[in-house]
Design a protein around this ligand. Structure first.
Ligand code: SF4
Length: 328
C-alpha cells in the first residue's frame, strides 16, 4: 500500500506545494492535503500554539492537527533559505521544533533542512533525503524531482498569467478583467492573501466590486529584484525583499489605482515592511494605501467597512481628479 504523506495547507504551501506534491506522487506516495482553512482549523491552531505566534503560524498548527491521524508522514521541512544569501522568517526555520513541541503524538515528520546558502551539490543531497522517506532509488528520485520542477514552473507561470491560487486551487470564473475600471494591488505574504478564510475572502470581495486584482506573485521576478537591489541596504529576509521590490515597482507603475496591504498581527517582518511599503507607495508614489492587519479576533464587518470606504475614495478620485489625499 502506498505510504501517505500529509502536506499542511499553510505557510510555504502557497509557494511550493505543486513541487512537493508532484515529487512524492511521482515516487508512488499518496499525497493528502489538509482541508482549506476554516473556523475549526483556526480554533484548533490557536489552542495549540503559543500566544505570541503570528496568525499564519497558528493556522499552520491547525492544518497539522487536521492531518495528524490521516497520514504516515507529515511534510514539515525546516526551510532556512530559499535564495542565496537570504533567509526566510525565523518562525519558518524553527517550525518543525515548534510544531512537535506543541502537538503530541504526531506521525513521523519529514523535517529535512532546505538551505540555498549551501552548495548546489548539497541541494541534490537534500532532495535525496526527502525522497528516501519513500524509496532508496536515486534514479527514481532524480526523475521525480525533474517532473516536480516542471509542475512548479507551470504553477508559477499560471499565477503570473493572472490566476489566483485561492486555497492552493485555481478558480478563474470570477475574473472580470475586461470590465474592470480599477486595479488594486493586494500585497502581503502569499499564505495571507491566498488563504480564503484567513484573508476574509479579500480577493473575492474586490472582484465583487469589479476590481482587477494583482498580487506580488504576478510580477516579473527579475524586475522586482532590480528594484530591490536599489535599496540603500540589502534586505536579507526573502519575503521582505520581494514585497519591497514589488512596492517600488508599483510606485512607478501608472496602471495601479491603490494598494491593500494584508498583514498579520504579531509578524515582526511585516511591522517593518508595511511601513517601508507605505512610504514607497503612498508617500513617494502618491498612491492610495490601505493597511489591513488581522489576527484571530479581527471582525470581518470592520474590514468590509474600511475596504468599501477605500474603494469609494478611489472611485471618487478617478472620477474627479488625480491630486487628492492618498491617505485612504
Ligand atoms: S513572516 Fe511574519 S507572518 Fe510569516 S511566519 Fe514569519 S512572523 Fe509569521
Amino acid at each position: 500500500m502506498a505510504c501517505k504523506i500529509g502536506i499542511p495547507r499553510g505557510l510555504w504551501f502557497y509557494d511550493y506545494y505543486p513541487l512537493w506534491k508532484t515529487f512524492y506522487e511521482e515516487l508512488g506516495a499518496e499525497v493528502i492535503l489538509s482541508n482549506p482553512t476554516n473556523k475549526k482549523t483556526l480554533d484548533a491552531g490557536v489552542k495549540n500554539t503559543v500566544d505570541e505566534a503570528c496568525l499564519p503560524v497558528k493556522i499552520f498548527h491547525g492544518h497539522v492537527l487536521d492531518l495528524k491521524d490521516k497520514v504516515d508522514f507529515i511534510f514539515l521541512p525546516k526551510l532556512m533559505s530559499a535564495y542565496e544569501k537570504e533567509y526566510i522568517c525565523p518562525k519558518f526555520c524553527g517550525l518543525p521544533e515548534m510544531v512537535t513541541h506543541s502537538i503530541k503524538d504526531l506521525p513521523p515528520i519529514i523535517d529535512t533542512e532546505i538551505n540555498f546558502n549551501h552548495s548546489r551539490r548539497n541541494l541534490m543531497k537534500t532532495v535525496y533525503s526527502f525522497g528516501n522517506y519513500v524509496t532508496q532509488n536515486p534514479i527514481a528520485i532524480k526523475r521525480a524531482y525533474s517532473k516536480a520542477l516542471d509542475a512548479y514552473h507551470d504553477y508559477k507561470e499560471k499565477i503570473k498569467g493572472g490566476s489566483y491560487p485561492i486555497n492552493g486551487e485555481f478558480n478563474d470564473h470570477d475574473l472580470n478583467r475586461e470590465k474592470a475600471s480599477i486595479t488594486i494591488a493586494v500585497m502581503g505574504h502569499s499564505y495571507n492573501i491566498y488563504d480564503q478564510y484567513g484573508s476574509m475572502s479579500l480577493i473575492d470581495k474586490l472582484h465583487e466590486h469589479r476590481i482587477k486584482v494583482i498580487t506580488p506573485e504576478m510580477m516579473d521576478y527579475r524586475r522586482v529584484n532590480e528594484y530591490a537591489e536599489s535599496l540603500e541596504k540589502k534586505m536579507f529576509w526573502s519575503y521582505g525583499r520581494k514585497l519591497l521590490g514589488t512596492a517600488m515597482y508599483f510606485a512607478d507603475a501608472k496602471n495601479i489605482d491603490g494598494i491593500v496591504y494584508l498583514s498579520s498581527f504579531g509578524c515582526g517582518i511585516d511591522s517593518i515592511i508595511e511601513e517601508l511599503v507605505e512610504r514607497k507607495t503612498r508617500k513617494e508614489g502618491k498612491m492610495p494605501f490601505l493597511l489591513v492587519t488581522v489576527d484571530e479576533h479581527t471582525g470581518e464587518a470592520g474590514v468590509n467597512t474600511r475596504l468599501e470606504a477605500f474603494i469609494d475614495m478611489i472611485e471618487w478620485r478617478k472620477k474627479n481628479e488625480t491630486n487628492l489625499s492618498t491617505h485612504g
